[in-house]
Design a protein around this ligand. Sequence first.
Ligand code: RB5
Length: 147
Amino acid sequence: MKIAVGSDHAGYRLKGEVAALIQELGHEVSDLGTHSEESVDYPDFAVKVARAVTGGEADLGILVCGTGLGMAIAANKVKGIRAVTCGDTFSARASREHNDANVLCIGARVTGGGLALEIVKTWSESEFQGGRHARRVQKIADIESSS
Ligand code: RB5
């Protein structure tokens, strides 16, 4: 799989660890920045990763900011994105299996590094289950189209 990663300054360090893990797991990483701890605006990176996913350059995206909240709000403005903020592995798995989440957001100031990497591993290894969940995800897309 190809996974695009992005962060703001608050998530910069953890993004590096996430990128290394993704590679260890055998995936290709596309790091869309930021590339230092200099203060930046998280929506600029959320949109880069979100568009990489909807444009097909990446299969999935992972975003890291201080809380994982602003990134999710911004990424979800891009049509076709289902971004979730996860701080536990149960939600991470369910977000792929039930919601077909295509962007994972993590809060580096909230979730410790060890747990964050477990969340990334669980999320990237989980697959959408389809079936009744596909009908519900389609209803989300219908809301988006009619808004
Ligand atoms: C940056 O200070 C912080 O607001 C950002 O990383 C994120 O938490 C936004 O949701």
